[in-house]
Every structure is written in structure tokens, then in C-alpha cells.
Design a protein around this ligand. Structure first.
Ligand code: PEP
Length: 251
């Protein structure tokens, strides 16, 4: 059966010292509870190795927010999947809308990144989602389907089964505007159908599909109660241990 997962995406926030403190707070809070979901924090590259040393990996997973589309070599400033894995991290967010929008990431690039992540035993948290205009002109289902097809349909069913998907309507990210639980459920069910048509119902049923976009303690329980919403990818609210734990405990 698929897992429930709450994953934080810290984005480009916190200094190393602030990040270590935040990770320690989340780690401490998890000592006292047995959450009904896996909990992961995805943090800046600079923080990975140090944070890996202060958290209990049995209770708190660690991931990067991106990785390079090359294995190694003359790519100044890039960080490869093996480098991420060497810090102890086991997850990597790929295809976040901010990477697609500001850094020109295409499905072709993402296909390569997913391959490199899997080859290095990193679990991709693969993000998909439409912009407001696409939601308003009714092309949101086509857009999301194309994002999945273009970047992920070359995978074997076995490899696809290693992914976590995150549906993040771009109009809801960092805007305070959350998709309603019915809108989220409708899209998550659609995504599961797309997976089932290509890889079969067993793979589809076992794939965790997270919702992302202004998720907070006050709306998480209603979203997570939907049958096809298997957790959340959390931006802003993951920067405060109490809010993040409020979402974790919403399950
Ligand atoms: C995100 O960036 O993945 C995200 C969901 O951000 P926020 O929760 O701040 O909308």
C-alpha cells in the first residue's frame, strides 16, 4: 500500500545555523509522537551533510531540492545526484515549478535528472501542476498529463514505482490560495488514472501523490482526508517546526 508522506520544502531559506536549529526542532518534536505518515525535510544543498548528522533518520527523512542533469564534470555551481546521496540524503525534489519557471527546466532535463536520481538511490519527489491561466482555460488536466508523460513514461513500471509525485497547482504555491480539497482530489484521482493506464493499477495504487500549495495546519486535515491525497509537500509552513508538525499531525 502507498505511504502517507509529509515533506517540507525549505526552498532558499535559512542559513546553515538556522537550518540546523529548525531540523533539530522537528527531530525533537518527532521523538514524542508516532506520526501516521513518513516525514521528510528537503533542505538547501549546503545544509544536507550537517543536518544528516543531527536527525534520527528512522523518524525523519532528508532530501535535496534539486540535483544536476549530469553525473560529474565541468558544470560549475551544479550539485550532482551522487553528491547529494553522499551527504546521507535519500530524497530529491525534481521539477518544482520554481525550477521550471525560473531556471528553464524542461521535461527533457527532468527525464535525465530522474534517471540520475534513481541510479543513485535517491527517491524523487516529482512535481507537476498547472498555472492559473491553464486552470482557467480548462487545460489543467492535459497539462498535468503531458508533464507526467513527457518526463516519466520512459521509465519501467518498477522504476516508476520508486517515485513520489507532488501535485502543486502553481497558482496555489506561496500565494495563500489553496486548492479546495475537492479540486485536489479531482486532480489526484485523474493522475492516478494516468498512471494506471500506463503502468497498471497496482503501480497506480501504490504511488504516493502529495498535494502542495499553501497547505497549513488549518487545511491539511481536510485535504489529507481525501482518498487520493496521500500527504503534502509543504513550503512556507515547513519553516516553522510547530506549523510543520501541525500538518504532520493532521493525519
Ligand atoms: C512548495 O513550494 O512546494 C509549496 C507547496 O509552497 P507553499 O506551501 O509555500 O505554497
Amino acid at each position: 500500500m502507498r505511504k502517507n508522506i509529509v515533506a517540507g520544502n525549505w526552498k532558499m531559506n535559512t542559513t546553515l545555523q538556522e537550518g540546523v536549529k529548525l531540523a533539530e526542532e522537528v527531530n525533537e518534536a518527532l521523538k514524542n509522537v508516532t506520526p501516521k505518515c513518513d516525514v521528510v525535510i528537503c533542505v538547501p544543498f549546503t545544509h544536507l551533510a550537517t543536518i544528516n548528522g543531527v536527525i534520527d533518520s528512522a523518524k525523519l527523512g532528508l532530501g535535496a531540492e534539486n540535483c544536476a542533469d549530469h553525473l560529474s564534470g565541468a558544470y560549475t555551481g551544479e550539485v550532482s545526484a551522487p553528491m547529494v546521496a553522499s551527504t546521507g540524503a535519500t530524497y530529491v525534489i525534481l521539477g518544482h515549478s520554481e525550477r521550471r519557471q525560473y531556471y528553464g527546466e524542461t521535461s527533457e532535463t527532468l527525464k535525465t535528472k530522474v534517471r540520475l536520481a534513481l541510479d543513485n538511490k535517491l527517491t524523487p519527489i516529482f512535481c507537476i501542476g498547472e498555472v492559473l491561466e491553464q486552470r482557467e482555460n480548462g487545460t489543467h488536466f492535459d497539462v498535468v498529463k503531458a508533464q507526467i508523460e513527457e518526463a516519466l513514461f520512459d521509465l519501467s513500471a518498477e522504476d516508476f514505482g520508486k517515485l513520489i509525485l507532488a501535485y502543486e497547482p502553481v497558482w496555489a504555491i506561496g500565494t495563500g490560495k489553496t486548492a479546495t480539497d475537492d479540486q485536489a482530489e479531482e486532480m489526484h484521482a485523474f493522475i492516478r488514472g494516468v498512471i494506471a493506464d500506463k503502468f497498471g493499477t497496482e503501480v497506480a495504487d501504490n504511488t504516493s501523490i502529495l498535494y502542495g500549495g499553501s497547505c497549513k495546519p488549518s487545511n491539511a486535515a481536510a485535504l489529507f482526508a481525501k482518498p487520493n491525497v496521500d500527504g503534502g509537500l509543504i513550503g512556507g509552513a515547513s519553516l516553522d517546526a510547530a506549523s510543520f508538525m501541525g500538518i504532520v499531525n493532521a493525519f
